[in-house]
Design a protein around this ligand. Structure first.
Ligand SMILES: CC(C)(COP(=O)(O)OP(=O)(O)OC[C@H]1O[C@@H](n2cnc3c(N)ncnc32)[C@H](O)[C@@H]1OP(=O)(O)O)[C@@H](O)C(=O)NCCC(=O)NCCS
Length: 381
């Protein structure tokens, strides 16, 4: 057998081709279809970024208008979905709900899965538009409040906050929420996107691909990290406690959530943008508690890592949880908020996978016993 490359966690292995986003981990650069994440966060919005990911170019005015209209018209969820949200087991995590809703939604559409151009997911945008509504419905129904129908006149981010709160957010809050969605929309062959592509490569539906991706995002080493960053901030409590807390954690070989990244050898460019949004939001709200604690964690952690020769920097999750907390989003919804954004990237990858598709079927390195003889049960010890 020819020699086969092996790296645990597929580190450094090219598993496919993609023209969707590019990560330069050495320089700390990220682009979607060639546009820098900094410019997109500054000038674009989530709907336009979604168009860019799905259609490979920035839209002109009429294309943008038509796309916004379609995506906003798909925001509403049907009565059976609202019922599903209401009756989902109380103890279940909202990511489990999203995974199930995604599979359920599949039943509503006729699947044409042969080629990206004719895929009806791209035409209806159900998945991209409806996850935000499902997450908001989950929060309100769990809190014993009435479901709030989506508004068509608000951006995706502002509408999400509106559906959560039942009142329109301040314009700066809507803008920050929407920019967070832009920053989280796409990030190459990460675990959840790769999962979506593996499922798509079997010629399964967009919905099942995205449902599977939700399961991958749920894990604490991926989408779950920001929830755990905020749990850490709450446990630390004050800036003065940071030094002891971080050093104790590292002495006990614990990982600091929100730090480190497989791809970046410098600070994640998305972390820079979210950090500045957190600073703005903290000033507007007159509450810099989270910002101060996080900056101190970063300082202590980096100093300690540099002395041990492991330069490790904040990733996108390090500051995002604090932004969400200041926007009034509870911790349990942080990973679902990540999913609201990342679904655009997942869909773009599913569609890309189908063009020139080949089913994923890697090999494993066998570590089990050599061939041995079957012993009848009465002769076994
Ligand atoms: C993101 C992450 C999973 C990348 O994993 P990876 O590329 O497999 O890197 P490893 O986990 O093998 O880490 C390499 C080394 O850095 C250390 N390290 C990495 N992240 C660390 C962290 N957050 N805190 C402390 N040490 C860390 C590891 O302990 C390991 O040290 P060792 O070589 O002495 O064993 C990892 O950095 C991590 O678990 N971070 C925390 C979770 C997180 O924030 N996830 C969100 C990602 S966007």
């Amino acid at each position: 057998m020819a020699e086969v490359a092996y790296a645990k966690g597929l580190e450094g292995i090219i598993a496919g081709e993609s023209a969707i986003s590019r990560i330069d981990g050495q320089a700390g650069r990220l682009t979607y279809r060639g546009f820098s994440i900094e410019e997109l966060a500054e000038y674009s919005d989530f709907e336009e970024a979604t168009y860019l990911l799905l259609y490979e170019k920035l839209p002109n005015s009429s294309e943008m208008e038509a796309f916004r209209r379609t995506m906003r018209a798909s925001r509403g969820i049907s009565a059976p979905i609202i019922e599903m949200v209401r009756s989902f087991p109380i103890g279940a995590h909202p990511m489990e709900l999203l995974q199930s809703v995604m599979a359920y939604l599949s039943g509503y559409v006729e699947h044409r899965i042969q080629h990206s151009a004719s895929c009806n997911c791209r035409q209806t945008l159900h998945q991209v538009a409806q996850i935000a509504t499902v997450v908001a419905a989950y929060k309100r129904l769990r809190d014993g409040e009435a479901f709030v129908s989506p508004r068509m006149d608000l951006s995706h981010g502002a509408n999400f906050l509106y559906m959560l709160r039942g009142v329109e957010p301040e314009p700066y809050e809507g803008e920050i929420m929407d920019k967070c969605l832009v920053l989280h929309a796409e990030h190459g062959f990460n675990a959840s996107t790769f999962t979506a592509r593996v499922v798509a490569s079997t010629l399964s539906t967009c919905y099942s691909s995205i449902s599977a991706a939700m399961g991958a995002l749920y894990g604490s080493l991926h989408g779950g990290a920001n929830e755990r960053v905020m749990a850490m901030v709450e446990e630390i409590g004050t800036k003065a406690n940071v030094g002891k807390w971080v050093n104790d954690a590292l002495d006990n070989h614990k990982k600091i959530m929100g730090m480190g990244h497989r791809e970046y050898r410098v600070k994640d460019p998305r972390a820079n943008t979210i950090e500045s949004m957190l600073r703005t939001l903290s000033e507007k709200k007159g509450d810099s508690r989270y910002y101060d604690i996080l900056k101190e964690v970063e300082r202590v952690f980096r100093a300690r890592m540099e002395t041990s020769g492991k330069p490790i920097y904040p990733n996108v999750d390090f500051f995002s949880g604090a932004v969400y907390s200041l926007l009034g989003i509870p911790k349990q919804l942080f990973t679902p908020v990540f999913a609201i954004a990342r679904v655009s990237g997942w869909l773009a990858h599913v569609l890309e996978q189908r063009v020139g598709n080949r089913i994923f079927r890697p090999e494993s390195l066998y570590t089990g016993p050599e061939v041995r003889e079957y012993v009848p049960i009465e002769e076994r010890e």
